[in-house]
Design a protein around this ligand. Structure first.
Ligand code: XMP
Length: 327
């Protein structure tokens, strides 16, 4: 709409003013809508002086890395640096089963990988005699309010002791979504021509599939969960329910095995749980009454197409007392 076009243009102009004619900016992409829209705005403002970094930690769902690497780049023309950290994350997660420990490990590895990617980008920029001075973040208005920051304040993020970088390198933050709510961000994203899969992506936790495998995270388990999750999402989309359902985690009970029967034989596979919920803000949630036909299709397809899974269960717990995620 006209208003959204206005919002986008206004933010693009602001970013242009903030960064000026020579500064370079760096932006981490997560696969989610906020970082994508923030990056698209800054790209419109300063073009190739924006360097986007995508850390592929291997914990995204099927197709999501491609959405960033191929579709987002095609739609925006951003300068993208992909940093493949899949092996590093798996090694760091080996033997880790406690949910908070998983979050800690993933958070730590993410910062390490992002900083290593930054060093690469900065190194290349330095070779061209350029200096990166700005860090783009997809902070939304509710985050600003929550953290008590006044509108318009420009924070500084410093880096300390990162190998290869000058000490105490400082980035000024560029936050083009600071005045926007989520629904406005999506509309701006549409206005800027971003892929619908990114713009309308349901909430997805930063630690990704790492906290949807109950038990140790391994490459095989990620592969199983990714295939089951892709089927569940396809069927939700096919039923036209994407915008009614807040999110629908698929959880792999990797340490549990259950007996089943298929064809002439007994199977001993893993259960998955589907957890469709409705919610306004994720603080509370209700279990979603998915139509039986949709649940049936999800169950039939997962057990037919994912050999390692022989049982599909539905979580009917609201929040509270359950959380949305299982970990
Ligand atoms: P819970 O499970 O606490 O989740 O009901 C509430 C919302 O937050 C998401 N979530 C996370 N997001 N890092 C994130 O960025 C996390 O560690 C994390 N844990 C949960 C969850 O998907 C839901 O939208």
């Amino acid at each position: 709409t006209w208003t959204m076009l206005n919002i986008a243009e206004e933010q693009i102009e602001r970013v242009r003013e903030q960064i000026g004619d020579t500064g370079l900016a760096i932006c981490g992409l997560s696969g989610g809508v906020d970082s994508a829209v923030a990056a698209a705005i800054v790209q419109r403002a300063i073009g190739d002086r924006l360097h986007c970094v995508f850390v592929d930690h291997g914990l995204l769902r099927e197709g999501e890395a491609e959405q960033v690497e191929r579709d987002f780049v095609a739609a925006t023309g951003v300068n993208l640096h992909v940093y493949d950290a899949r092996e590093t994350f798996l090694a760091a997660l080996a033997g880790v089963t406690d949910p908070e420990e998983k979050r800690k490990v993933i958070g730590r590895e993410f910062i390490r990988a992002f900083e290593a990617a930054e060093v690469e980008v900065l190194g290349e920029a330095a070779e061209h005699g350029e200096k990166v001075g700005f860090l783009v973040q997809g902070t939304l208005y509710p985050d600003v309010v929550e953290s008590g920051g006044g509108a318009g304040t420009s924070n500084i993020k410093s880096h300390h002791n990162v190998g290869g970088l000058p000490e105490d390198l400082e980035f000024a933050l560029v936050e083009p979504l600071r005045t926007l709510f989520k629904d406005e961000v999506r509309l701006v994203g549409e206005q800027l021509g971003l892929p619908a899969d990114i713009v309308w992506r349901q909430p997805f936790p930063g630690p990704g599939l790492g906290i949807r495998i109950i038990g140790e995270v391994t490459a095989d388990r990620l592969d199983i969960l990714r295939r089951a999750d892709a089927i569940a999402r396809q069927e939700l989309t096919r039923a036209g329910l994407d915008r009614d359902i807040w999110q629908m985690p698929v959880v792999l009970l990797a340490d549990v095995r259950s007996v089943g029967v298929q064809g002439d034989g007994r199977t001993y596979g893993h259960p998955v749980v589907i957890r469709p919920v409705t919610s306004e803000d994720a603080m509370t949630a209700d279990w979603a009454r998915l139509p039986y036909e949709v649940m049936e299709r999800i169950s039939t397809r997962i057990t037919n197409e994912v050999a390692e899974v022989n049982r599909v269960t539905v979580d009917i717990t609201s929040k509270p007392p359950g959380t949305i995620e299982w970990e």
